[in-house]
Design a binder for this molecule. Structure first.
Ligand code: FAD
Length: 314
């Protein structure tokens, strides 16, 4: 068996992939970590990722489009066969959730999803029951295929010791049954919700789409992202990529401000690890106050404009 090595895979050189590198370090200790970026923009991503601390080689498979699970899997599999990696690790985002279960199936191993802690080289902690319990799981698979929560691992910093080697690899042209046709992406100038330091989240109490503008304004003042509850998404106030919770995104910002949301257990599953939680709700018995560090019992339509004004005066 070769020395313990890990291959981190992703579709861009993002903060979330830096977090996956940190998780890989926890797995391999002093072992080697390589990175593989796949899809459109992989080439320029590889150039920035080559500066990251702890990365030995950056492989990239440039594509004309973002990759699909079907096109990415053979590329990763070929690297695993060539280099005999003990771990394949991705962020638990849409790329990792899409690609790694397929890879695990192809390799004939179990995929371990949503890892939040590496206890030992083969023992991991992952949340279950919407984050209400933590399972400690052991994997005896020769190749461990993991997705990790970016919020649980500090992004790796840049290296002061030169650049990693960059190597181009090919995406196989044949044998892929599905093809990427297009996407409708939401334009967003704010930080990514899952890695933002500040998240302002709104719920059904906002009443309509227009009132979310107050939250957007507050997010812009604080350099943060805007999130929402499923009730707000289902009511059509905001698009569903802003949903935080069990069936939405998991966030753990330095500051989370929940406005006009009750704090249902499925919402808490996505934000309860935030460092400082502030809640504004007119109902003093709303469950969000049980986990809030600071709570304001007030009508949001009075409190939020006032708070916004105070923030602008800072
Ligand atoms: P509500 O529970 O209706 O709360 C609105 C709050 O606004 C109330 O507390 C009210 O007091 C307050 N309010 C109203 N007006 C004002 C005002 N003027 N000023 C101040 N406060 C005011 N939910 C998620 O968020 N994320 C998920 O990922 C998710 N996944 C789910 C998965 C499953 C399988 C299921 C069954 C549910 C899921 N839900 C999820 C839904 C969840 O159970 C709740 O229904 C939802 O979170 C409630 O959203 P809310 O807090 O905005 O609405």
């Amino acid at each position: 068996m070769s020395a313990t090595t890990a291959l981190v895979v992703g579709d861009s050189a993002s903060q979330a992939v830096r977090s996956a590198i940190r998780a890989a370090k926890a797995c391999v200790g002093a072992g080697k970590i390589d990175l593989l970026l796949i899809g459109k923009g992989a080439n320029s991503g590889a150039a920035s990722a080559s500066k990251w601390n702890g990365v030995s080689t950056v492989y990239y498979a440039e594509g004309e489009t973002p990759c699909t699970a079907e096109s990415a899997t053979p590329v990763i599999r070929e690297r695993v066969s060539a280099k005999d990696y003990r771990y394949v690790i991705a962020t638990a985002n849409s790329f990792g959730k899409n690609v790694l279960p397929r890879l695990a199936g192809v390799l004939g191993v179990s995929a371990l999803s949503d890892i939040i802690e590496v206890v030992e080289s083969n023992v991991f902690v992952r949340p279950i029951y919407a984050g209400n319990a933590l399972a400690t799981v052991k994997s005896n698979d020769e190749v461990k295929v993991l997705t990790v929560r970016p919020t649980a691992f500090e992004p790796i910093e840049d290296s002061s010791e030169g650049l990693a080697e960059i190597v181009k690899v090919q995406i196989p042209a044949d044998g892929v049954q599905s093809r990427w046709l297009g996407q409708e992406a939401t334009e967003n100038t704010r930080p990514d919700l899952t890695t933002a330091d500040v998240v302002i989240a709104g719920g059904r109490g906002l009443k309509n789409k227009d009132n979310f503008k107050m939250l957007e304004e507050m997010a812009d003042e604080l350099g943060g992202a805007v999130g929402a509850t499923r009730a707000a998404v289902d009511s059509g106030f905001v698009p569903n990529d802003m949903q935080v919770g069990q069936t939405g995104k998991v966030v753990a910002p330095q500051l989370y401000i929940g406005i006009g949301l009750s704090g249902a257990i499925q919402h808490l599953a996505g934000m309860k690890d935030s460092k400082t939680i502030v809640a504004i709700n007119k109902d003093a018995d709303a469950p969000i106050f049980q986990i809030a560090d600071y709570g304001l019992v007030a009508d949001l339509f009075e409190a939020v404009p006032e708070l916004l004004q105070k923030i602008k005066e800072l």
